[in-house]
Design a protein around this ligand. Structure first.
Ligand SMILES: [Zn+2]
Length: 192
């Protein structure tokens, strides 16, 4: 190795490290902003942050209760419908999670309706959950449809600036595994 290479290689390495560190610090600073710009930075930081998240396994759940149904009225034609009780439980959880987002200062909207078999496009009586979020006052709500409770648990953890979330059976999972869910629920990460 010549003298000049011995000098240049460590210099390049230090330059690279400094740039990477500056990028991380920059993203971290911007990710504190609750604007769409800041939230996009938070999503990027989540994807590239080299500090590992410690994940844990949750307890296995063997308790399978017999499904029962709860009578509701179709929101379109008023016909009486039977909706599965786990679905009612899910929508109650989603309402609670979205109201936590609202309490923590996020601009979110939620619309849950029940359709009978006739009115539902899927051909079975069920809940339809529409969720909207926006990060700055003058933008349109980004709308998505999800009746999966976990999607809202993931989003709430992301909005809180956390790097992991807790599943229903108490496992700790890195949010990096859920970037697609965060993008689906917010429209972030698509140049918006
Ligand atoms: Zn109906």
């Amino acid at each position: 190795m010549t003298k000049s290479i011995r000098k240049t290689v460590p210099k390049l390495f230090i330059t690279f490290l400094s740039l990477a560190l500056a990028l991380l610090l920059g993203l971290w600073a911007i990710s504190g902003l609750s604007t769409r710009f800041g939230m996009n930075a938070r999503l990027k930081l989540l994807a590239i942050n080299p500090i590992p998240v410690i994940e844990t396994y949750g307890a296995m759940c063997y308790d399978v209760a017999a499904p029962t149904s709860i009578p509701r009225d179709c929101d379109k034609c008023d016909a009486g419908v039977e909706v599965a009780d786990w679905e009612v439980w899910s929508t109650d959880r989603i309402r609670a999670l979205v109201s936590e987002m609202e309490d923590e200062g996020h601009d979110v909207i939620l619309d849950i309706v029940v359709f009978c078999e006739e009115c539902s496009e899927q051909g079975s009586a069920k809940h339809h959950v529409s969720f909207g979020i926006k990060f700055t006052g003058d933008e349109q709500y980004y709308m998505s449809e999800s009746s999966i409770v976990n999607d809202y648990v993931i989003l709430l953890a992301f909005l809180r600036g956390e790097r992991s979330y807790t599943t229903s059976n108490d496992a700790t999972v890195s949010l990096r595994r859920e970037l697609a869910v965060i993008e689906k629920m917010t429209g972030l990460g698509h140049g918006r």
